[in-house]
Design a protein around this ligand. Structure first.
Ligand SMILES: C[S@@+](CC[C@H](N)C(=O)[O-])C[C@H]1O[C@@H](n2cnc3c(N)ncnc32)[C@H](O)[C@@H]1O
Length: 290
């Protein structure tokens, strides 16, 4: 039996970023009122420091503050690019792959008439279900799948997904944590149950020495507080050039119809930018099946 993954901590970090940005960054284009409700009390602390711009002095708190603030900057353009692509292409079914603490199923009125499925590895999904109790709105159908060894197509079919109807697939912040082979297998699996007019919205990281160095610094900073980095159990396993990702999608019948450099998106949204390099190495690609 492959070893079970622990509940994702990177999912908590990006959720903290959304909670910190809500109503303060790109207001009118970005909003996620579910994020704060999906966090536990101790996880809300750093969010509040960032919202109040109250830079804490103790080192450990300072590192938490900086990491939540950096995530808020990164998550706003990513969320807006993905939400826009979802809204522009209504589908009867939406599948959120590696959903983590994504609140879209609850927060997006555009999804109210769609069948929404959330796929995640079992521990992260258990954690999400506990946290989401009491969130107003209709919960999605939860489907536990580890992309490393479970069969996505069968699990979705068992949960009521209909391969004969179009699906919008949202794959945000997950590709880096999968190997190249796992990404390819997952694209093949979702393509096998994508009817014509389906859409895949995928976020991935571009290769780059400066980004690798930046991540190393982030890990060292976290280690300097005496705690394990959130990436200790969730290391990056693959980066993709846009050409390689487009070629993979094309092999499975998806044509790229949109591509967003998140630095450009952040500038258009007037997000205060401190980490231009990491933004420009994060892409959102939109691909459709005809
Ligand atoms: C950074 S979080 C992103 C969560 C969410 N998509 C978002 O953007 O807020 C990464 C997510 O990928 C999931 N994940 C990582 N490896 C996985 C695997 N092998 N199978 C299924 N899910 C996985 C984690 O459980 C976690 O929920």
């Amino acid at each position: 039996m492959p070893e079970a993954l622990p509940a994702s901590r990177t999912a908590v970090l990006v959720c903290q970023g959304r909670a910190a940005a809500h109503g303060l960054i790109a207001a009118g284009r970005f909003a996620d009122p579910t994020a704060i409700r999906l966090l536990r009390a101790d996880e809300r602390e750093a969010v509040q420091w960032v919202r109040d711009a109250a830079v804490p002095q103790p080192w450990r708190q300072r590192v938490d503050y900086e990491s939540v603030r950096a995530n808020a900057e990164m998550i706003v353009p990513r969320t807006v690019a993905i939400d826009d692509a979802v809204r522009a292409h209504p589908s009867p079914q939406v599948v959120i792959l590696g959903a983590g603490l994504d609140g879209r199923a609850w927060r997006m009125p555009e999804l109210a008439d769609a069948l929404v499925f959330e796929v995640d590895q079992p521990s992260s999904q258990r954690d999400k279900r506990e946290r989401a109790e009491g969130l107003p709105g209709t919960p999605p159908t939860f489907v536990a799948v580890d992309f490393g060894h479970d069969r996505l197509t069968e699990a979705l079919a068992a949960a009521g997904h209909r391969p004969s109807e179009p699906t919008s697939w949202i794959w945000e912040g997950v590709v880096p944590y999968l190997t190249t082979a796992e990404v390819s297998t997952t694209v093949a699996a979702l393509a096998a149950c994508s009817a014509p007019n389906s859409r895949l919205i995928v976020n991935f990281q571009l290769p780059g020495t400066s980004v690798t160095l930046g991540r190393l610094v982030a890990r060292l900073l976290m280690a300097s507080t005496g705690r394990r980095s959130v990436w200790a159990t969730e290391p990056w396993r693959s980066t993709w050039t846009p050409a390689a990702m487009a070629a993979l999608l094309a092999r499975h019948g998806f044509t790229v119809t949109g591509e967003h450099d998140l630095l450009e998106t952040a500038r258009a949204l007037r997000v205060p930018i401190r980490h231009a390099t990491s933004l420009t190495h994060s892409r959102v690609m939109v691909a459709d099946r005809t």
